[in-house]
Design a protein around this ligand. Sequence first.
Ligand code: HEM
Length: 159
Amino acid sequence: MPNARHWVYGAALAIYVLSAWGAYVTLGGYGAGCGTGFGASWPLCNGVLIPSFSHYPTIIEYIHRFLSVLTGLVMLYATVKTWRMSPRLQLPSRLMLLAIVLVPIQVGIGGEVVGSGLSALIATTHFCFAIAIFGIVTVAATLMYVDNKSAPAATRPVA
Ligand code: HEM
């Protein structure tokens, strides 16, 4: 049964995969796969919730959005698990809370990226937030790894 530490590892991995996919979106020039401009391109994709997948850039951009939802859910569950640990690990649980607060902001910035027609400044901000979230969750995961390795089995927190 996965515990809080495993979920935090999973959250770090999920953000890594999502960010790598985001880099593929940028480098491949697929950022406009759901259209650009406010309204039809966000939160919808080409004006609808589930677009036609006959256009390759649409598939790539839509997967990025889909992965962001999945990643957000994994992070949310990981955060809840860290706060339910007994005894709670103070720094990792607070770091996870900080990261989960940044996720909706990051999703909003993603919407601004497409709404602005892929403004370089907003896309760079989106990239910086991704790095920040990944860094915060990686520090939390590392602290939990070290704690698990150093604590005697009987005193390890129960998640
Ligand atoms: C936690 C959620 C998200 C993370 C961690 C994330 C991460 C990233 C990363 C790392 C990139 C590559 C940036 C670069 O290489 O410069 C990217 C690109 C992009 N993301 Fe996200 N993203 C998230 C959510 C979203 C959402 C919800 C949208 C919805 C519109 C979105 C739209 C885009 C677009 C359009 C690009 C390509 C920008 C361009 O072509 O210049 N992202 N994302």
